[in-house]
Design a protein around this ligand. Structure first.
Ligand SMILES: Nc1ncnc2c1ncn2[C@@H]1O[C@H](COP(=O)(O)OP(=O)(O)OP(=O)(O)O)[C@@H](O)[C@H]1O
Ligand SMILES: [Mg+2]
Length: 456
């Protein structure tokens, strides 16, 4: 059956003419309506493949018709017919969701080309939207795993701030606790998330480059400024600006930033015009901002501004009940990625993970499992696949044969760390470089730990 085109026009002659043109193409069939009521009744009964509507009608307007149809079907191709001099209304129709406007009298060629394209594109548009939907799911609340009450609190926080149009949010927590993940979740689960998610790490650039990057610059502002460049703030207009590692925001930029937060207006570097934006601001740091304020490296007034709504993400050692769920998730992720069939985690391996203190938090857990999945060939992740957690008889290529470290069960965490380091140093004949590599820490870190434990 041919796709059906509904034509709505109070002028019956125009409508019938158009209908005849379409029908002779033999690519579509058409039905004519001269009143909105009958038209919508028919749409509800038998949805059209395409709608062509006039712009100005006595009982309704093409813009209202478009709006109503869009609510019913977000992908329906809608064409609006306009007469000369109706340019502004044509633009309004596009804003209301029309696919295209046609100037009367539309030529048959043009009409058929547009219709053909709209019908072809529809499935593509639907697919793109479903990918977008997936992306939304991937990055939104569902991405925050864990059922510990503290994690539930994190999700509740995300829900609350995502419901406010332009919140200023500060995310705190140790490295690897999920600050970036939560920032994205706030953006993607917000009902106002049409805009972009723009991220910048304040520690990544020296002050003058960071300023140019964030605020943009006017042509001629400095030697290299050959073109006017929009800053990240402008790109994030209508969406989210995520300033990561806010504690590293250079002192000389802090007051400029504070001004922006207070007025929601700014000037590009070298620019004279004030530009107003509306965005959601999220900042994050794993440092103790309170202390930075006391030390005078972070402005107190800026601190009060950015910390309007703040939340501390829990370290993994405080939510140990979730280790198993997280570990299982990462096992599945990397099993798929590496095309392996690791379908479970052995109870002993899980016990090791539950006993570990996870200084690198969820990122460390993720890395440990990724590494284990690279080396394992079985279908179960074993304790021996986790040498960095003291897995027995581990097949670690960085260690000589027989390098297993039987972890003594009666020792405290600190004592077993000391014993593990002592064991590793002995194994590599005191070679610091190789021992540090095997332990997965830096030489400096190893040196500090030896000092702490009084190891030679
Ligand atoms: N609740 C969680 N559920 C699932 N994955 C998580 C969770 N929290 C963190 N992760 C994962 O852990 C890793 C580290 O998270 P993220 O980069 O967000 O940490 P961070 O707090 O920003 O760390 P840093 O302070 O070092 O920047 C990421 O791969 C992230 O996807
Ligand atoms: Mg981060």
């Amino acid at each position: 059956m041919l796709p059906t085109v509904y034509i709505l026009d109070d002028d019956a002659t125009t409508a019938k003419l158009l209908s005849a043109v379409l029908d002779t193409s033999k690519r579509v069939q058409s039905e004519v309506f001269t009143a909105a009521d009958a038209f919508f009744e028919r749409c509800a009964e038998a949805p059209p493949a395409v709608v062509i509507t006039d712009l100005v009608m006595p009982d309704t307007s093409g813009i209202d018709v478009t709006r109503r149809l869009r609510e019913m079907d977000p992908f329906l191709p809608i064409f609006v017919l306009t007469a000369h001099g109706e340019m502004q209304s044509a633009i309004d129709a596009l804003k209301a969701g029309a696919t295209e406007y046609l100037t009367k009298p539309a030529s048959q060629d043009e009409l058929m080309t547009l219709l053909g394209r709209a019908l072809e594109e529809r499935p593509l548009r639907e697919e793109a939207a479903s990918i977008q939907q997936e992306r939304r799911k991937e990055f939104s609340l569902g991405a925050i795993l864990g059922s510990h009450p503290k994690v539930e609190e994190v999700r509740e926080f995300v829900r609350r701030v995502a419901a406010i149009p332009r919140p200023t949010v500060l995310l705190l927590g140790e490295s690897g606790t999920g600050k970036n993940l939560v920032a994205r979740a706030i953006h993607y689960s917000s009902t106002h998330s049409a805009g972009r998610f723009v991220e910048i790490n304040c520690s990544a650039l020296p002050a003058h480059l960071l300023e140019a990057e964030v605020f943009g610059y006017q042509k001629g502002a400095f030697t290299d400024a050959r073109e006017t460049k929009r800053g990240l703030i402008e790109l994030a207009d209508g969406g989210t600006l995520f300033l990561d590692e806010i504690a590293d925001l250079p002192f000389e930029l802090q007051s400029k930033f504070l001004n922006f937060l207070e007025s929601r207006r700014f000037r590009r570097v070298g620019g004279t015009d004030e530009i107003a934006v509306s965005l959601r601001l999220i900042t994050a740091t794993n440092r103790d901002l309170d202390r930075e304020v006391r030390d005078g490296t972070f402005r107190a007034d800026l601190y009060y501004r950015v910390s309007v709504a703040s939340h501390v993400l829990p370290p993994l050692r405080d939510i140990k009940e979730d280790v198993s769920q997280l570990a299982d998730n990462f096992r599945e992720v990397f099993s798929r990625e590496f095309r392996k069939h690791v379908t479970s985690i052995a109870p002993e391996a899980l016990a090791l993970m539950q006993d570990w203190h996870w200084p690198g938090n969820i990122r460390e857990l993720r890395n440990v499992i990724e590494r284990a999945l690279i080396f394992t060939d079985g279908d179960t992740l074993m304790a021996t696949d986790l040498p960095e957690l003291g897995g027995v008889g581990a097949a670690d290529p960085a260690q000589p044969a027989g390098a297993s470290f039987p972890i003594p069960t009666n020792l405290s965490l600190a004592d077993s760390e000391r014993e593990y380091i002592r064991h590793t140093l002995e194994l590599f004949d005191g070679n610091v470089q190789r021992s540090a590599e095997s332990l997965g820490i830096s030489r400096k870190n190893l040196w500090e730990k030896r000092k702490k434990h009084g190891l030679p």
